[in-house]
Design a binder for this molecule. Structure first.
Ligand SMILES: [Fe+2]
Ligand SMILES: [Fe+2]
Length: 406
């Protein structure tokens, strides 16, 4: 599978710092761990726990990672070899062979430095670290649940594609487990079984699942590799050893993204007509805006790693958009200066909204104060949406569909 490492990834997002040595004693990892809450560092963190060492999941909002469900009957039709003649099974077979190789089988092995590093992270940084781990763990686990169910439901219709989904759920379970284990270093793991049963599931039609998962895999790849490259250049900002695993980890996400690219190619309607262009742009913008707002709201986390949040985010968005334009029929023109000028306005409005949330006034007053800002945000998002997009992809440009290169 192609690796899209780009020289610009090594570009500076932050400050330079000297090297730090690291311990390398190894012991195996498990998917979920419960540790009794005792460390003094924990006193600085005021999260609610369900029971000893198990954190109550953060409340869901527009910007928090979600769990997804879909129309599995339609999925079966889309992957049926009788009904869909566009399925390129040679390509899927090759992908399955690669997933079976399981390059990262031995990658996610923890060492003694994790717990010790976590103990050293204190005060507000500790809190934002835990939040970062929780968001990442929830997002990875969400992929696990969806892919696992798709693997199960497609077994009879298309065993090859079903097995790919199952193997991708294997990867995501590893990622989520590794993050949850990291949370236990901070004495606050998540009860993933409880979340599976109790969290709300958002329904998306299959085609929206494909756009959203393609983007989240590719943006995940660019986020992980960008953080990894930055910390490689600035080892003193490596506060916690988790990030050292991102180089191989992100290759899993890249492979997952490439699989969804193959899936989209097998569904020409989803990447060719005007509606596809509209939805492609809509999903790109939703994903980019959500990340931009979320990360700027947690600027302190990225600063603690020596990253400049704005530069890091813009780099990730530009690179994700470049990957995406190879398969989506239209993407936003993120390199038009107008794009990030408007995105930065959204950050300003959003931070004012967050400030209002912290004010010591009745909720009704807060709602009134927020209203004009929300209106401006909606107007700004609309302006971004109507900016001239980039027509791309290659499906509708080729005369001979067999000669397509994506
Ligand atoms: Fe993942
Ligand atoms: Fe993934």
């Amino acid at each position: 599978m192609a690796t899209m490492l780009n020289k610009r990834v090594t570009g500076a997002f932050g400050k330079q710092a000297p090297t730090r040595a690291r311990v390398a004693a190894v012991r195996p990892s498990r998917s979920a761990v419960r540790v009794s809450a005792s460390a003094a560092t924990e006193q600085s963190v005021d999260f609610k726990t369900m029971r000893d060492g198990i954190k109550v999941a953060a409340e869901e909002s527009l910007l928090t990672p979600r769990f997804y469900t879909t129309d599995f009957d339609e999925m079966e039709r889309l992957f049926s070899l009788e009904l869909n003649k566009n399925l390129d099974m040679e390509e899927f077979d090759a992908m399955l062979a690669e997933f079976k190789l399981d390059y990262n089988q031995r990658h996610f092995v923890r060492n003694e430095s994790f717990k010790a590093a976590a103990e050293k992270i204190t005060g507000p940084t500790r809190k934002i670290f835990i939040e970062f781990l929780e968001r990442s763990c929830t997002a990875e686990f969400s992929g696990f649940l969806l892919y696992k169910e798709l693997g199960r439901r497609l077994k009879a219709t298309n065993p090859c594609v079903a097995e790919i989904f199952t193997l991708m759920s294997r990867d995501e379970a590893r990622h989520a487990g590794f993050l949850n284990k990291a949370m236990s270093d901070f004495n606050l793991a998540l009860d993933l079984g409880f979340l599976t049963k109790n969290r709300k599931y958002t329904f998306f039609k299959p085609k929206f699942i494909f756009y959203a998962t393609y983007l989240s895999e590719k943006i995940g790849y660019w986020r992980y590799i960008s953080i990894y490259r930055h910390l490689q250049r600035n080892p003193d900002n490596q506060l916690y050893p988790l990030f050292e695993y991102f180089e191989n980890w992100c290759q899993d996400e890249n492979r997952h993204g490439d699989f969804f690219s193959a899936v989209l190619k097998s569904q020409p309607d989803m990447i060719s007509d005007w509606a596809a262009k509209l939805w492609s742009r809509f999903f790109c913008l939703s994903v980019y805006i959500t990340m931009y707002l979320n990360d700027h709201q947690r600027d302190a986390f990225y600063s603690s790693l020596g990253l400049n949040t704005t530069q890091f985010n813009q780099h990730v968005i530009i690179e994700t958009n470049k990957s995406t334009e190879r398969i989506f029929p239209a993407v936003p023109d993120v390199e038009n200066p107008e794009f990030f000028r408007r995105m930065d306005l959204l950050i300003q409005y959003n931070s004012k909204i967050v400030e209002i949330g912290r004010m010591n006034v009745p909720d009704a007053v807060k709602a009134l104060l927020r209203l004009p800002l929300l209106e401006r945000m909606v107007a700004e998002v609309f302006q971004i949406f109507i900016m001239t997009p980039k027509d791309c992809g290659s499906y509708d440009l080729a005369e001979n569909k067999a000669a397509l290169v994506y």
